[in-house]
Design a binder for this molecule. Structure first.
Ligand code: ATP
Length: 341
């Protein structure tokens, strides 16, 4: 039996990938013992950076369920991140029996594009238009393949002919979305919502470094045409960003509405870290094209805190550390149910 308030009886665990360094470092900063579940032969970052008090090795993350009992025996609270959700799949995450930070059911709403759109629409967020049929393409569109990792293979088309021409490269691909292409700058807003404080925070922002979308400006338009460059969006890294301060009120409002709307779509609603991925156009209009309902890798830029967390905390506060603090405060307040889902 664990005493209320004794957070040291719990450990923080995650799988060794994505944002695990940040999550485990943040947990240690808050005084937790940490466990990193690694694939065999991939432990080096977690030992070298000294973020893991214990390492459990498995052949493949797909076999996570084999070590679940070990985690439960250690009172480990598992923090999901992008790789965790992608390796296990949102359906298998629902079957976890170990302590899990975050509402599991919300993962279905972020993974299913129809549900995601319904959720964002109910939150009153502006989104790029969707074209159901290629014949309807009447402006620039971006074609996205579902399950594409990090924007790989996405392409731009301006009319039905261009669409069919480009689709010749993907003869077997049936699962895609045709979305209005927004001319503007991508902004990834990293939020945090605590059910303990019932407050929404903006932790930080990033923009992505995508190949070859971010390299095209380095050569003249004529050369781009001559060598037949086709834009693609393979993510290679993240770049830090601060936004124009006058945009902040709207960005806070959008995050708050997404949290409120989540409470209507699934029991427990969205809490913890999440990210709204948007394009901001020349009229400063926001177009949200995706939500990630867990920590995003762009927060790795701010292991030592961001300009925004510095304003609020005055000490290094990464998103990973904010998660650990939420858990610690919940345990100390005897309200652990507010961080589990
Ligand atoms: P996933 O998170 O599902 O792995 P992803 O987040 O990498 O995919 P998207 O975020 O959907 O893929 O898009 C990748 C990139 O494409 C974005 O960073 C942005 O630069 C660009 N992009 C996406 N949608 C639009 C749009 N509607 N208009 C203009 N650019 C877009």
């Amino acid at each position: 039996m664990i005493k209320k308030g004794d957070f040291k009886k719990y450990k923080i665990a995650t799988i060794g990938s994505h944002s695990a360094l940040q999550i485990l470092k943040g947990a240690k900063d808050e005084g937790f013992q940490t466990i990193c579940v690694c694939e065999k032969g991939k432990t080096k970052p977690y030992t070298s950076y000294k973020v893991a008090d214990e390492i459990i090795e498995i052949d493949s993350f797909q076999h996570f369920f084999k070590i679940e009992k070990e985690l439960m025996a250690r009172n480990a609270i598992v923090i999901p991140h992008g790789s965790f959700v992608s390796y296990l799949g949102w359906e298998r995450v629902q079957q976890l029996k170990c302590l899990h930070y975050g509402t599991k059911a919300i993962l279905e709403w972020e993974s299913n594009r129809t549900k995601e759109r319904q959720w964002l629409t109910s939150a009153g967020l502006n989104q790029p238009d969707i074209f159901q049929h290629p014949e309807d393409i009447d402006r620039a569109v971006i074609v996205k393949f579902h399950g594409a990792k990090g924007g790989l293979g996405y392409f731009i088309a301006n009319n039905p002919n261009e669409f069919y021409e480009r689709m010749k490269d993907y003869p077997h691909e049936k699962d895609y979305t045709i979305q209005e292409y927004i001319v503007g700058v991508p902004v990834y807003t990293h939020y945090f919502y605590s059910r303990l404080t019932e407050e929404l925070e903006i932790m930080s922002f990033d923009k992505r470094y995508e190949s070859n979308a971010d390299s095209i400006g380095r050569i003249a338009a004529k050369d781009q045409l001559d060598v037949g460059i086709k834009t693609s969006y393979t993510i290679t890294g993240n770049i830090p960003l601060v936004v124009r301060e006058s945009l902040l009120p709207d960005l806070f409002g959008m995050g708050e509405r997404v949290v409120k709307a989540s409470q209507a779509v699934c029991k427990g609603g969205l809490f913890g870290p999440f990210c709204l991925e948007m394009i901001i156009d020349k009229d400063l209009k926001f177009y949200v094209f995706e939500i990630s309902a867990r920590i995003v890798a762009g927060t790795n830029l701010y292991i030592n805190g961001s300009p925004y967390t510095d304003l609020r905390y005055g000490e290094p506060m990464s998103t990973g550390r904010r998660v650990a603090r939420d858990i610690k405060q919940a345990i100390e307040a005897g309200q652990m149910e507010k961080v589990l889902g």
